[in-house]
Ligand binder design. Sequence first.
Ligand SMILES: *Cc1c(COP(=O)(O)O)cnc(C)c1O
Length: 403
Amino acid sequence: MANRVYLCLAHMSGNEMRYIQEAFDTNWVVPLGPNVNGFEADLEAFINSRCHPDPINGGQCASTLQGGLREALPLNKKVVALSAGTAAIHLALVNLGVKAGDEVICQSFTFAASANPVTYLGATPVFVDSEAKTWNIDPNLLEDAIKDRIAKGKKPKAIIPVYLYGMPAYIDEIMEVAKRYNIPVLEDAAEGFGSRYRGQVVGTFGDYGVMSFNGNKMITTSGGGALICPDEEAAKRILFYATQAREPFPYYQHEHIGYNYRMSNICAGIGRGQMTIVGDHLAHHIHTKDVYQEAFKDIDGIELHVAPEDYMEPNYWLNTITVEPEKFGMDYDQLRLILDAANIESRPLWKPMHLQPVFKDAPAYVNGVSEELFKKGLCLPSGPMVSDEDLAYIIETIKTTKK
Ligand SMILES: *Cc1c(COP(=O)(O)O)cnc(C)c1O
């Protein structure tokens, strides 16, 4: 194939330039303005709704997101647009009162940005492994970890579950554990934009939820993120911290340490354009999953990671596979190199945080699940820029590779 097939490239609706032009025409080239407000309103409408009927399988919900099949929920969650998903995690931890010396539980099987902000505050991440069905934090191991930390003298200040590759977690069970010990939950939904659990979008179950609009995510603002907040008061506080913690005085008065984390009106313009086709993006990711699923049925030793429950509706941000060398004839990394030579980008599953050199001293509660997956899994190209022709080429390459 002449052109390389990438994992997940940004895809524009064509409406982005209109919002950006408007920002220039009205001189709102700053980190506030009509696009920021408009983007937040679009996101709030999106997250405070459920699919109808519930649950819906097979992507019907995703493809009708802009249609009449959305039902408003009395959630009233507020959204604050920020400069990055990482900034959203950082500010949520600030507002939850995480301080130096505290501990925060974090899913180990994730991208480093879930855990890094914990360390910005001088706190320590405590890593908890995943269960094998969703690949997300194991609710039973989570409870074991909480009990052990409490016995050791420190109750964790927050729990960060992750929706890895967009797969919903067992969030009801996670929330149950969190409530039992009265620990706030900060859902890292950076990879899970638009994924649903019992019809409701992920990121709206806990106290806070994180969205990312980095260039490789479900929708993009070139770089950006947002924090889903429980109410108006929390959103106001997040906005206060995101804009340098300025007190209401005519001069600059500061009583707290602030941050410069607000999204710009230009980036928000891109976000508004992206929200006009978010349903199509979701539908396309799910379409790539359907094509892979059909093809891999016949390939021994390749297993596609799909929703383990009918009430889970992943966005399939990245389609992921596990490779069994005894059946397939080679391991995941040999397959990766062959795909690479054929101009197809793939990537090993994320290396768990408890195996990362930078976190070698952090406490970890492991069960072997994420280490096992790291040793046998790959992410495959997904999303709107991957055509049916690309998919056929990827599948053909994998088929002819099999020994
Ligand atoms: C991308 C990502 C983030 C960070 O989002 P940015 O907008 O890139 O800062 C956080 N957590 C996970 C799991 C991610 O994949």
